[in-house]
Ligand binder design. Structure first.
Ligand code: AMP
Length: 554
């Protein structure tokens, strides 16, 4: 943090009233939450379809659930998995675990047995709170592990509308034999766990990395990390009491957990949840709740763009839309703005940075790097130090390409039970992101691409993102992914996979010709495969690696 004493390059481009340093006074997430409850106990904290939960009610529900878990012997430092979609019980569980000084392990409800088992074994979770429809599969994954019980809950609770687009004709599922969350809350209503001193250094979440290199690692997001991101993002985005935030990012990913959930919970705003993200349900929720802010992945905004009935009226209340987690093609931002009148601001974050640490100021259109065509991810947020370094770790001058390195109180202290990976990825507390980037004189950062996704064509370096951006300019292209494939002659050759917008057509030859007109000869893809759907993570990142390892037929 020593370099923060000097005024950083990006200070000049900061939004009015936001300083590059921001003190976070609250000792813990629980203390910050209690402040909010005291300030406005009757304010709506959570809206779920037609259901509403006030701040005071949410406090009472989480007290009761915490007391129930305490009764089962759960306390400081214990790990408990949460395997739910975006439903109110997620934040009840967060608050309950934090009140106990326990750690919430984010578990993707889509995970299959092998993936879930890795998270259980690595974290040593003592219990899991799962969606009732997942009970059988979760119990199979947890058999013979540290898991002592699985509690279940249902997405049908806390609302009565039962939107068929989300719930379908679902039959009620019996609760887990180990316990039902609603029944436990009813039994412990009016009780609260024993008071406990929790500090900023206590771990609040274990969020697992997507595991693009080796097995997923658990990033230890502390109370201090989350308080910092919540405070800096709220200041940056202008999140204020009275705002309404739609959680379009899944809470089992760091962006959803921290920017779409923790930040609004601590800021006297209403958090709108719609279970799993269905684009049509999300735009309806936007209009119904007069949503002012959201942060999602570009995949969600792309899917919304495809909805024939969505219009500017759905986004009339929007103050700030942010997209993070994956590169955004400039052409997507442009067409979204033309059609809906709302500009998608870029924001950058990682599991290890507790989500957003670099972002575009609200109301500002991000510059595009003329050299790489990359849309800027923005300026380092308060308390963040960003540098571009060479292979030896030395800082590079403005405009030069190198690895993005980050420091600041948003960076996790390390990976759970993995000091080797911690030492490798964050030597001396400075995080090596693995992203190739440039920073201009004013502090705007441009991501060139993931370091390991670079394609080497006869010694010429090709960044897949640049080729993808060009494919996105084609009016028929819905999504695009570019990978390097082994080639006997060139070493590697550029191969593209695309899916098309509904009702649109484009041949592979036409798409190759389109890129050939716009890119240097070594960059344009030698083959383009049109497929129905690109493989993606649950958080909307296109899985280039999967395409490289198991090529899909066109
Ligand atoms: P994860 O830890 O799964 O959230 O992945 C973090 C990685 O996502 C980063 O290292 C980047 O490669 C990528 N990423 C996140 N935000 C952006 C963004 N706004 N633009 C481009 N890439 C991004």
């Amino acid at each position: 943090m020593e370099d923060m004493a000097l005024s950083p390059a990006w200070a000049g481009a900061y939004p009015a009233g936001v300083s590059t340093r921001l003190e976070v006074a609250a000792p813990s997430l629980v203390a910050a939450w209690k402040d909010r409850v005291r300030t406005n106990p009757g304010g709506t904290a959570v809206a779920y379809f037609d259901g509403r939960i006030s701040a005071a009610e949410l406090d009472g529900l989480s007290d009761a659930f915490a007391a129930a878990l305490e009764n089962r012997g759960i306390g400081h430092g214990d790990r408990i998995g949460i395997q739910l979609q975006n439903i109110p019980q997620y934040v009840i569980a967060f608050l309950a675990l934090w009140k106990l000084g326990a750690i919430a392990v984010l578990m993707n409800p889509m995970y299959k047995e092998r993936e879930l088992r890795h998270l259980i074994e690595d974290s040593g979770a003592r219990g899991i709170l799962a969606d009732d429809t997942l009970y059988q599969a979760t119990a199979a994954a947890a058999a013979g592990t540290s898991v002592e019980w699985i509690l279940t809950t249902s997405g049908l609770e806390y609302q009565s509308r039962c939107d068929p687009r989300i719930f379908g004709p679902a039959e009620p599922v019996p609760p887990s034999p180990d316990g039902d969350m609603a029944a436990l809350i009813a039994e412990f209503t009016g009780r609260a766990p024993a008071p406990l001193t929790i500090t900023q250094d206590d771990v609040a979440l274990l969020a697992y990395t997507s595991g693009t290199t080796g097995a997923p690692k658990g990033a230890m997001n502390t109370h201090g990390n989350i308080l910092n991101v919540a405070a800096t993002c709220s200041a940056w985005m202008g999140l204020a009491p009275g705002d309404t935030v739609l959680a379009v990012a899944p809470l089992f990913h760091i962006t959803g957990a921290v920017i779409d959930a923790a930040a609004p919970l601590l800021t006297d705003t209403t958090l709108v949840m719609v279970n799993r993200t269905d684009p049509a349900v999300a735009v309806d929720a936007f209009a119904e709740h007069r949503v002012t802010c959201t942060t999602g992945s570009i995949t969600v905004f792309n899917a919304i763009y495809q909805l024939p009935d969505a219009g500017a009226e759905h986004f009339a209340s929007a103050k700030t839309l942010y997209s993070g987690g994956a590169p955004i093609p400039p052409s997507t931002v442009e067409s979204f703005q033309q059609r809906f009148g709302a500009y998608i601001h870029n924001i950058f974050g990682m599991t290890e940075t507790t989500s957003a640490v670099i972002g575009v100021p609200p109301g500002v259109q991000a510059p595009v790097d003329p050299a790489s065509g990359s849309l800027s991810i923005g300026l380092p947020l308060p308390n963040v130090t960003a540098r571009i370094i060479d292979a030896a770790g030395n800082p590079l001058p403005a405009g030069e390409q190198g690895e993005l390195e980050l420091a600041g109180p948003q960076i996790v202290p390390g990976y759970w039970n993995n000091p080797e990976a911690t030492a490798r990825t964050m030597p001396a507390g400075r995080l090596r992101t693995g992203d190739v980037a440039t920073m201009d004189e004013s502090g705007w950062v441009y991501i060139v691409d993931r370091m390991k996704d670079q394609i080497n064509v006869s010694g010429y370096k090709v960044w897949p993102r640049e080729v993808e951006d060009v494919l996105y300019e084609h009016p028929a292209v819905y999504e695009a992914a570019v990978v390097g494939m082994p080639d006997a002659y060139r070493g590697e050759t550029v191969v593209a996979y695309v899916s098309l917008k509904s009702g649109q057509a484009a041949t592979e030859e036409e798409l190759i010709a389109f890129t050939r007109e716009r890119l240097a000869a070594y960059k344009y893809p030698r083959s383009v495969h049109v497929i129905d759907d690109l493989p993606k993570t649950q958080t909307g990142k296109i899985r280039r690696r999967e395409l490289r390892e198991t090529p899909k037929e066109g």
